[in-house]
Write a protein that binds this ligand. Structure first.
Ligand SMILES: [Zn+2]
Length: 181
């Protein structure tokens, strides 16, 4: 078993720009790859958990999203990307629905736990929005809010994360060293 660092995508690994429809629009932060490397060096999985309701809204296809994910994986070397393509108000079938995977729901985190052998007690959720923090807290994770995306001013609802930091670089500094795990 290993701890995981669950990472939101937009505002954490990449620049927050409402909807990314094509791989070439994805602006990966210059420090993202180095941060994922540090997460691995600290003995943790780096797993992306992302809401991508643009699929349900008809802004891009699930196939385009997979291409975007491949690019993100290539550029950052994260272990896996889990995404929710749904939205309750989405017009595109079969994605327009209430689901159990759109954060703050925990479906994607639970799926990751089935696929990887994860020590949840020692795991973290890193995100820039209330939904990230709430999903992490529902799973009993330690939570880190980064201000590199929407920032604390953009929170849709008040949440109390364990840590608030500038960006992913500061977040990885919080992780204990492998020897302390
Ligand atoms: Zn979903």
């Amino acid at each position: 078993m290993r701890p995981a660092v669950f990472l939101d995508r937009d505002g954490v690994l990449t620049e927050e720009k409402s909807y990314i429809c094509f791989p070439e629009e994805l602006a990966v932060f210059s420090y993202a790859r180095e941060c994922v490397k540090k997460i691995h060096e600290k003995g943790c999985y780096a797993i992306v958990i992302t809401n991508q309701s643009g699929v349900a809204r008809g802004l891009f296809s699930e196939e385009s999203l997979r291409e975007i994910n491949e690019q993100l994986t290539r550029k950052t070397e994260v272990d896996k990307i889990y995404y929710c393509p749904h939205h309750p108000e989405g017009k595109i079938k079969p994605y327009g629905k209430v689901c159990s995977c759109r954060k703050p729901a925990t479906g994607l985190l639970k799926q990751a736990c089935k696929d990887f052998s994860i020590n949840l007690e020692a795991s973290y959720m890193v995100g820039d929005r209330a939904g990230d923090i709430l999903a992490g807290q529902r799973m009993g994770l330690k939570t880190i809010l980064v201000e590199s995306g929407y920032g604390t001013k953009g929170l849709e609802q008040p949440v109390v994360p364990d840590y608030v930091v500038k960006d992913l670089r500061e977040a990885v500094e919080i992780l204990p060293d492998r020897s302390e795990l």
